[in-house]
Design a protein around this ligand. Sequence first.
Ligand SMILES: Cc1cc2nc3c(=O)[nH]c(=O)nc-3n(C[C@H](O)[C@H](O)[C@H](O)COP(=O)(O)O)c2cc1C
Length: 373
Amino acid sequence: MHAVTVQYHEALLYKFFRPLLFWLDAETSHRLSFALLRSVYRLPGIRQLLRSCFARRAPAIPVNVMGINFSNPVGLAAGLDKNAEHIKPLLDFGFGFLELGTVTPRPQSGNPLPRMFRLVTNAALINRMGFNNVGVEKFIANLVPQEGYGPIGINIGKNRDTSLEQASDDYLRALRAVYIHADYISVNISSPNTSGLRDLQEEKNLSELLQRLKTEQTILAQKYRRYVPIALKIAPDLDDTQIGAIARLLLEYKFDAVIATNTTITRPGLHDETLSAQTGGLSGRPLKSLSTEIIRKLYTQLQGHIPIIGVGGVENADDAWEKLVAGADLIQIYTSLIYQGPANVYKIVRGLVQRLQASGCSNLKEAIAQARK
Ligand SMILES: Cc1cc2nc3c(=O)[nH]c(=O)nc-3n(C[C@H](O)[C@H](O)[C@H](O)COP(=O)(O)O)c2cc1C
């Protein structure tokens, strides 16, 4: 098919489907779209079509972070593919990497429905999913047949009924199970929807957790003769003292990366929005500057010694660039994918390529370093 025709159809398709999908409840439409994607994906020619509509439009803009080569710095944030079910189609959207999960040691159903809400005028979502997932065993069974595609990050969490005192046992259990299947592992201590989870960000709890994770990582690296980096995913609702303490511990334990940020329990700029009263974490446009500020503060503390994965309200290349210049080395998106569809991935990548070309630098890292001066 002619390239222009494909582009036209792809844009039209999402414009046509979006009102239909948005007419349904948020979680139903999510399930429906991915079930549909999975079934059509098996049809002959669909993979090629998806790739030519999306992935092939995302030019290579290579970057090496945590010792991993990424074809572009735009990744999928955790929470969309919690059970490792859609790896190939998601990579065909043009993502430079995917973060799967959050997966917990045992399966759990999460919070009662409804638990995901669209705040359309603010291009935002509120969710209180509560780590609904199939558990680490089934997760790996889903993942294994799709191995070889990536890079893949696996985001791990604790089960709801595991006490805070035992939380590190859950993380270690999940870490051991996913270790050889991941390019990197991210430790989620920042979801607002598992009671007490974010208390793990407090200095004493965090120190203990990071120490146990690093010790286990060393053991696993020797066992499998492969070092898999570990990133810590933090909340945007932290004050400067807390950010300082987290940065110190990340440096002390030589963590491999930090992901900033998860959703916020605050409601910035949502005065007229009735849904803003819903309990849960807010993502999308209203989270953007909050998460960028956290990245900026972290970067000041970490001084480039530990890479930052920037996430929160990235809707376009300008937002992505802003986070990179604030201190991020990679970025991730979730909510803007829901609002703008898969074409948004290559649009962001293309915008970054334009920035790189305009900078006169030969690679993205240099271009970012130049912009940070
Ligand atoms: C419906 C939904 C579910 C999410 N589930 C998870 C999760 O399981 N684990 C996690 O670390 N983050 C989860 N997140 C947070 C995202 O990974 C991301 O940090 C956040 O949404 C901010 O990015 P965005 O503004 O681009 O969506 C979830 C977000 C949404 C909207």
